[in-house]
Write a protein that binds this ligand. Structure first.
Ligand code: ZN
Length: 685
C-alpha cells in the first residue's frame, strides 16, 4: 500500500466461510466439528439486537473452544501405538479447527460492523492462540508425534512430521514442567504487550490544523473538498495515511509538511519505547527458555532463512546491492531541490516525497492523476478475474451467501469442473473497518474433505457506483488477489499444517503478480475509460519507468527497517538502549538530512506483529525470489500458459508440502538466485 508494502495480511490472515461450502466437496464429509457449524451460521447479521448478535458469537466461540480443548485432551490421552491414524489424523483435525476459529476471530476483530462482536472476537482470538500454544507445549502429544514411524510414508508426510517436530522444539516442548509453565505464561504476557503496542499506535491519532484553504495549495481538488473547514474555520489534517501521504507529496507549504512529519514520527512515543523495551526483554527471555541464542534465531527457525545470521547476511547483501542506486537517486533529489533553493544542503525527510513527485513529473511527464479515469473499480475487478483465467485457467462465479456486511460479495473459484474454494470481497471503506489491505484467511482446506475460503479486505472507492482508483491501489488489488489465488490453489494438502509455505516465501507470488500491471497487453484489457478507450501504451510505459525510478531508495530504506527489526531481537536487550540503537541504524542507512526528535520506530507496527517482528526482511527476501521467478515469464511470455501452468502446479499448488526453495527450483530448473533482483536495481533505462 505505502512504501512499506504493508501486508498485515498474513499474520492475521485467516478465517472461514459463510456458505457451508465444505459440503460441496465430493469426498465424504468429515465429522462436522463445532467450527463447521460456526461456519455455516457465520453470517452474524448486523442491524438490530446487537447484544444478541454478540452473545451468539460469544457462545459459539466458547463452545468451539470447549470442543477443541476436549480434542486436545483426547489426543494427549491417546497413549500406546502411535500411528498416522491415532496421532496425525486427530492432530490434523485439531489444528484445522483451531485455525478456522482463530481466523474467523481475526476477521471479525478487524471488519465486523458490530463493536461487541469485534471485542469478543479479540478475546476469542487470544483463546484459540492459547490453545495452539498449549498444543505445542504438550509433552504427551510431542512424544506420541515423535514416535510415529514415518520412514515408509510419502515425502509430504515426512516433511509434515519434520516441520511439526521443529515447531514443538521452537515452542519449548523439551523443557521441564516448570519452564513450560513459565513459557505458557510468558506467551500471554508477550501477546498482551504486542496488543498494547498496536493499541498505542491506533489510539494516538495526531493532527495539525490550518486556518485557510490557501494553505492547501498543491493538493488535489478532491482531497481539498474532502477536508472542509470545521465550525471554527480550521482544517484538520491527521496522521492517517489518506491524509498524510497526499499531504507530504503535494502540499506546497513546506513548514506544514515539516510539522506533520514530526507529528507522524512521534505517534505512540514515548509510550511505545517502554512497551518495546519490555517486549524485547520478554521475547529474549522466551528465546533463552526455549533453548535459542536469540528471539531472531527462534523466530527464523521455521523460515527459509533458518537463523538470524543468514538474515543479517541477506540484509547486508540487499543493502549493498541497492546503496549506489539509492545514493544516485538521492543526488537527483538534491539537484532538483537546488533548482528552487540554490544554497540548499541536504534534502530533509519532509521534502522527500514532494520532490520525488516533482521529479517523476519532469522525468517521465507523468501526472498520476491522469491515470485515474482508466481504473474504474468494477472494470479493474473483472479484469483481474479475467487475468486469473488467462494465467491459471480459473473461473470466478458470484454466489449467494450470508455475509457480515451488506457491501460484501461472495464468489467461488473453479478450475474447470472442480471447485477450488470460496472467497469474499469486502472492498470499500466503512466506519470501524480495518483500514489497510489484506487477505484474511478463513477456512482451511483439506484434500478431499474440506474446501478453503478467504476474504479480501481493502478500502477502494466504488461503493456507490463508479469509483476511480489510483494506480497504486490497482497494484494493491493485484497483490492481494495474488495471495488469494495462492491460498485457494495450495489449500488442499493432506495435512492442514502443510498448507502455508515458509513465511519468507509468502510474499513472493503476490509481489510477482504486480508485474502484470505494467504489461500493456494485460492492462489495456481492463484499463478503459468511460469513453471506451484503453489506456495508451505510452502511458503504461511511463508508469513502468516511474515505478522503476526510486527502486534503489525503496530497497535501501526497507533494509533500514529490516535491520531495526533484526537488531532489536538478535542480541541481549540488556546491552542496548532503544533510541540509541534506532539512531545508529538511521545513521547507517541515512539518505536524507539528519533530524532530531523523530521516533518512527514507536509506530512501526510490524514490531508488534509476531511473524514480522524480528523478520521484516521477509518482504525483500520474497521479492528476490519473485524477481527470479518472473524472469522465466519475461523469457517465455507473460501470458504463456505453459509457463503459468507450470508455475501454478510446481510452486503455488505445493504450498508448504515441501520446502519453498524446492518448488522454486522445480519451476526454474535451477536453484533461485539474486541475479534478477540485482540487475533490476543496477540497470537503468
Ligand atoms: Zn502480501
Amino acid at each position: 500500500m505505502n512504501s512499506f508494502k504493508f501486508l498485515v495480511l498474513t499474520s492475521l490472515v485467516l478465517l472461514s466461510l459463510a456458505c457451508g461450502r465444505e459440503d460441496a466437496a465430493d469426498a465424504p464429509p468429515a465429522e462436522p466439528g463445532v467450527a463447521d457449524q460456526a461456519t455455516r451460521s457465520r453470517a452474524i447479521e448486523p442491524a438490530e439486537g446487537i447484544s444478541e448478535v454478540a452473545s451468539r458469537y460469544s457462545k459459539r466461540c466458547d463452545s468451539a473452544a470447549e470442543t477443541i480443548a476436549g480434542l486436545l485432551a483426547e489426543l494427549e490421552a491417546s497413549g500406546s501405538d502411535p500411528s498416522l491414524a491415532s496421532v496425525f489424523e486427530p492432530f490434523n483435525e485439531l489444528t484445522r479447527l483451531i485455525d478456522n476459529n482463530m481466523y474467523e476471530a481475526q476477521l471479525f476483530f478487524y471488519v465486523h460492523p458490530d463493536a461487541d462482536v469485534r471485542r469478543i472476537a479479540g478475546e476469542c482470538d487470544q483463546k484459540f492462540q492459547g490453545i495452539n500454544t498449549r498444543l505445542f507445549l504438550s509433552r504427551p502429544i510431542f512424544e506420541a508425534f515423535a514416535a510415529v514411524d514415518v520412514s515408509q510414508e510419502d515425502a509430504e508426510t515426512r516433511y509434515f512430521a519434520e516441520k511439526q517436530l521443529t515447531l514443538f522444539k521452537q515452542n519449548g516442548v523439551g523443557q521441564d514442567d516448570e519452564t513450560r509453565a513459565r513459557i505458557q505464561a510468558l506467551k500471554g504476557e508477550i501477546v498482551g504487550l504486542e496488543n498494547e503496542f498496536a493499541a498505542n499506535v491506533a489510539g494516538d491519532l495526531r493532527s495539525i490544523t490550518v486556518d485557510s484553504v490557501d494553505k492547501l495549495a498543491g493538493l488535489p481538488d478532491d482531497w481539498i473538498e474532502a477536508h472542509p473547514p470545521n465550525e471554527d474555520g480550521e482544517i484538520v489534517i491527521t496522521t492517517q495515511h489518506p491524509d498524510y501521504s497526499p499531504f507530504m507529496r503535494y502540499a506546497q507549504d513546506e513548514s506544514l509538511r515539516k510539522r506533520l512529519y514530526f507529528e507522524y514520527n512521534n505517534r505512540a512515543y514515548p509510550a511505545n519505547k517502554e512497551v518495546l523495551r519490555k517486549l524485547v526483554e520478554k521475547r529474549n527471555e522466551m528465546a533463552q527458555l526455549t533453548g535459542f541464542a536469540s528471539w531472531a534465531d527462534n523466530q527464523n527457525a521455521t523460515k527459509m532463512s533458518g537463523n538470524a545470521a543468514t538474515v543479517r547476511e541477506f540484509i547486508d547483501k540487499a543493502a549493498s546491492a541497492s546503496e549506489d542506486r539509492a545514493r544516485g537517486d538521492y543526488a537527483l533529489y538534491q539537484d532538483r531541490l537546488r533548482k528552487d533553493v540554490p544554497d540548499a544542503q541536504a534534502v530533509m525527510p519532509w521534502q522527500g516525497s514532494f520532490i520525488g513527485n516533482k521529479l517523476r513529473q519532469e522525468l517521465f511527464s507523468l501526472d498520476v492523476a491522469e491515470l485515474r479515469p482508466y481504473f474504474e473499480f468494477q472494470r479493474v475487478r473483472d479484469g483481474i478475474f479475467e487475468l486469473t483465467y488467462d494465467l491459471f485457467g480459473y473461473t470466478v462465479r458470484p454466489v449467494e451467501a450470508e455475509v457480515w456486511h451488506e457491501s460484501v460479495s461472495a464468489y467461488e473459484m473453479w478450475d474447470g469442473e472442480e471447485l477450488l474454494g470460496s472467497f469474499y470481497l469486502d472492498m470499500h471503506p466503512r466506519e470501524n473497518k480495518f483500514n489497510h489491505a489484506a487477505m484474511f484467511q478463513m477456512d482451511m482446506g483439506e484434500r478431499g474433505r474440506h474446501l478453503p475460503s478467504a476474504a479480501l479486505v481493502t478500502n477502494f472507492p466504488g461503493e456507490t457506483g463508479k469509483g476511480y482508483m489510483e494506480q497504486r491501489q490497482v497494484e494493491t488489488f493485484l497483490h492481494e488477489f495474488g495471495h488469494l489465488v495462492h491460498w485457494l490453489t495450495m489449500n488442499r494438502q493432506r495435512w492442514v499444517r502443510n498448507t502455508d509455505p515458509e513465511w519468507d516465501f509468502i510474499e513472493a507470488p503476490s509481489q510477482m503478480l504486480e508485474n502484470w500491471l505494467y504489461d500493456v497487453d494485460t492492462v489495456q484489457r481492463f484499463a478503459i475509460n468511460d469513453a471506451g478507450e484503453p489506456i495508451p501504451a505510452d502511458m503504461v510505459a511511463k508508469t513502468k519507468a516511474s515505478q522503476d525510478f526510486g527502486q534503489g531508495m525503496h530497497v535501501f530504506g526497507q533494509m533500514a527497517l529490516a535491520d531495526l527489526s533484526l537488531s532489536l531481537h538478535d542480541r541481549d536487550p540488556a546491552n542496548f538502549e532503544i533510541d540509541e540503537l534506532a539512531e545508529a541504524i538511521n545513521d547507517r542507512y541515512r539518505l536524507f538530512g539528519k533530524t532530531d526528535g523523530a521516533h518512527g520506530f514507536a509506530a512501526f507496527t510490524h514490531l508488534s506483529n509476531a511473524p514480522y517482528a524480528a523478520s521484516y526482511y521477509l518482504y525483500m527476501w520474497s521479492l528476490v525470489i519473485a524477481d527470479d521467478m518472473f524472469s522465466r515469464f519475461q523469457a517465455e511470455g507473460l501470458r504463456n500458459r505453459e509457463t503459468s501452468f507450470a508455475y501454478r502446479d510446481r510452486v503455488l499448488a505445493k504450498g508448504g508440502s515441501r520446502p519453498a526453495a524446492d518448488s522454486v527450483a522445480d519451476f526454474l530448473g535451477r536453484p533461485y538466485n539474486f541475479d534478477a533482483f540485482e540487475s533490476r536495481l543496477t540497470s537503468r533505462d
